[in-house]
Design a protein around this ligand. Structure first.
Ligand code: URA
Length: 245
């Protein structure tokens, strides 16, 4: 980490606005390596230990949280009418300015990544980086090898032609078929529109994977947890421009 201003360092880790942090520092509540520092512009580096009222500040600037989004919640930071994925988060994340990396429809469930890392969001959503997203879709209508081929070859929708997608027919039930679909792009209602184009209707949609990040099966709908070390390393690699495998 290059040298960073003390007030910015603390503010970037969700501990308040820059002006709130400046007053906290001036009030003598911040120590750097055990010594009180009262200048907000004081420069620190990654070896320094910073405490506010004696509590150490986590040196990680970027936050990544995986959530199992329930149906009925929207992927936005705020909304007048609907509950958002950010509303679900507890107070410990309030100061971090997290946002969802990409959007799922209101009725889609499953893996959403909340972060304050704009480069991760940008790169992981760019089709050129090949970060594949995997979904489980329950569909009604007749689904067969024709649809599998169409998904692989690309489907001409009204406004664009889809890139290669993998469709796996998993299990036929009485009223619907369970399928898995993997796509590397994420246009508005893309999966629903792709199935519609082959005469089917999606009645349940859940995202299970986002690149190498797999939805933790221990998370019930509406639950979330921070990334573990391996997931963080993956996110940082994508953020710094790496392609997915
Ligand atoms: N495709 C859709 O149609 N909806 C989603 O929520 C995600 C992908």
């Amino acid at each position: 980490m290059p040298k960073e201003r003390l007030d910015k360092f603390i503010a970037n880790r969700g501990k308040g606005t820059r002006s709130e942090i400046k007053s906290i520092i001036r009030a003598g509540r911040v120590n750097v390596n055990g010594i009180s520092v009262k200048e907000p512009e004081y420069k620190i580096n990654e070896e320094d230990t910073v405490t506010v009222d004696g509590a150490p500040i986590d040196s990680e600037k970027y936050v990544y949280v995986m959530m199992n989004k329930p149906s009925g919640v929207i992927c936005a930071t705020k909304d007048k009418n609907d509950r958002t994925v950010i509303n679900i988060l507890g107070d410990e994340y309030k100061g971090y300015k997290l946002f969802p990396a990409g959007r799922l429809d209101k009725d889609t469930r499953g893996l959403v990544i909340l972060t304050n890392d704009g480069d991760f969001a940008h790169n992981s959503l760019s089709p050129t980086k090949h970060v594949k997203k995997r979904y489980i879709a329950h569909v009604t209508g007749s689904i067969n090898e024709f649809a599998v081929r169409k998904f692989r070859e690309g489907i001409e929708l009204k406004d664009f032609t889809t890139k290669e997608a993998e469709l796996i027919i998993k299990e036929r039930k009485d009223d619907f078929t369970i399928t898995e679909i993997v796509i590397g792009e994420g246009k508005f209602h893309q999966i629903k529109r792709m199935f519609e184009a082959v005469g089917c209707k999606v009645v349940y949609l859940k995202r299970t994977d986002f690149g190498s990040i797999h939805l933790d099966e221990g998370l019930k709908e509406g639950e979330y947890r921070p990334f573990d070390q391996k997931e963080r390393a993956y996110a940082r690699a994508i953020s710094e421009g790496g392609h997915d495998l």
